[in-house]
Design a binder for this molecule. Structure first.
Ligand code: FES
Ligand code: FES
Length: 179
């Protein structure tokens, strides 16, 4: 039993560099996670290799492309640039956490409605940057939406529909809140 969170979804051991493992307690998509991780492991690797959250994509691995974007304690961050052990006590949301009921969130649905994905590789990171924006600013301007995804590269160059999808989602979420 975990002292901090009680019964956890998962407990892992992971041996990589041979350095002593460090305990990690965090919440991922609202579920408690307790693990022992190699101190050199990135949060990106932890989410993909240990938690099997394959919606988190690895592009550059160097903080340049935004494919690995998650929300950590309310901020959109590149998970390839964060060590797993730095997530101690953190609340993390991945793209899998955007639709906990198994359906699509308004934001995801608007990406579909606007054809805002082509190959789709950048889409999870785009969605997380957009979600972080709408969480802190529910009524963004076009310029603010562009700024929010400035760190997310789309090699299919479909930026126009992505911006349209974000602004449309903001409008629909506002209407939903008013009901
Ligand atoms: S994989 Fe993290 S920014 Fe590119
Ligand atoms: S849809 Fe292909 S990289 Fe963005």
């Amino acid at each position: 039993m975990c002292e901090r969170y009680g019964a956890a979804k998962t407990c892992f051991t992971y041996i990589d560099s041979g350095l002593p493992r460090i305990s990690l307690h965090c919440r991922v998509n609202s579920e408690a996670v307790n693990a022992f991780v190699d101190p050199s492991m990135t949060l990106l690797s932890f989410l993909r290799k240990e938690l099997k959250l394959f919606g988190v994509k690895e592009g550059c691995g160097e903080g340049e492309c935004g494919a690995c974007t998650i929300i950590m304690n309310g901020l959109a961050v590149n998970s390839c640039m964060v060590l797993a052990v730095e997530a101690e006590g953190a609340a993390i949301t991945t793209v899998e956490g955007l639709s906990p009921d198994g359906g699509l969130s308004i934001l995801q649905q608007e990406f579909m409605n606007h054809d805002a994905l082509q190959c789709g590789f950048c889409t999870p990171g785009m969605l997380m940057s957009a979600r972080a924006l709408l969480n802190r600013n529910p009524d963004p301007t076009e310029a603010e939406a562009k700024e929010a995804i400035a760190g997310n590269f789309c090699r299919c160059t479909g930026y126009v529909p992505i911006i349209a999808a974000i602004l449309s989602a903001a409008k629909l979420e506002k209407e939903a809140r008013a009901k």
